[in-house]
Design a protein around this ligand. Structure first.
Ligand code: E4P
Length: 217
């Protein structure tokens, strides 16, 4: 499973990159706004800055909803760097745009996926990735993992190459469960990635080893 970080914060992206395990980055308009980025020039520069840190797929989300404008926006993003993946919402014009991008050699990530039918349609249109929002489904009292399993089964039976990019991750446990379910990618906040490191017995064990090491230093 590939590890992406789900943030537009350059310091957090650098920290994950320094771990040596990072395969890519996802952003969304809320994450970009959180960093105080304003105006199209600043947005374009920010994506270029992310691409300079990570040599992997970087999702840049369109902020329009009609076919023609999404195409123009996506073309501009794709021109920033070969690693840019245009993130397109799961709406009717979004599906048309994904098909256009796919036919014109631009990779896409279909976002805001909450059902297997949506994932199927995005894959059929040629999306490179689909992003099921695990945490938001859990938040509403349903089991997000069931959707990951369902999409995995469906793509395998139908032979779709579209990658399942599990998104809206809330914990280290979500990451482990996504790996078990066969997600191709998991995009997580830095905190959840670092959560995988933690175990109290590791800390206790290391403290004892370091203490004993003093005996033969
Ligand atoms: C990533 O592509 C999504 O935009 C993101 O994971 C959504 O996460 P949230 O539900 O924590 O906002």
């Amino acid at each position: 499973m590939k590890f992406f970080i789900d943030t537009a914060n350059l310091d957090q992206i650098k920290e994950a990159q320094d771990l040596g395990i990072l395969d890519g980055v996802t952003t969304n308009p809320s994450l970009m706004a959180k960093e105080g980025i304003k105006g199209i020039d600043a947005v374009m520069k920010h994506y270029a800055d992310i691409c300079a840190i990570v040599d992997g797929d970087i999702s840049a989300e369109v902020v329009t909803t009609d076919f023609a404008t999404m195409i123009e926006e996506g073309k501009k993003f794709a021109a920033i760097n070969k690693n840019i993946v245009v993130k397109v919402p799961m709406i009717k014009d979004g599906i048309k745009a994904i098909k256009w991008f796919s036919d014109n050699g631009i990779r896409t990530n279909c976002t805001l996926i909450f059902s297997a039918g949506q994932a199927l349609l995005a894959a059929k249109a040629g999306a490179s990735y689909v992003s099921p929002f695990l945490g938001r489904i859990d938040d509403s009292g349903w089991d997000g993992m069931e959707l990951i399993y369902q999409i995995r089964g469906l793509f395998d039976i139908q032979g779709y190459k579209t990658e399942i990019l599990a998104a809206s991750i809330r914990s280290a446990l979500h990451i482990i469960k996504c790996a078990e379910a066969g997600a191709d990618v998991c995009t997580s906040p830095l905190e959840s990635i670092l959560g995988l490191l933690k175990h109290p017995l590791t800390d206790i064990g290391l403290a004892k080893f370091l203490e004993d090491a003093k005996k033969f230093a």
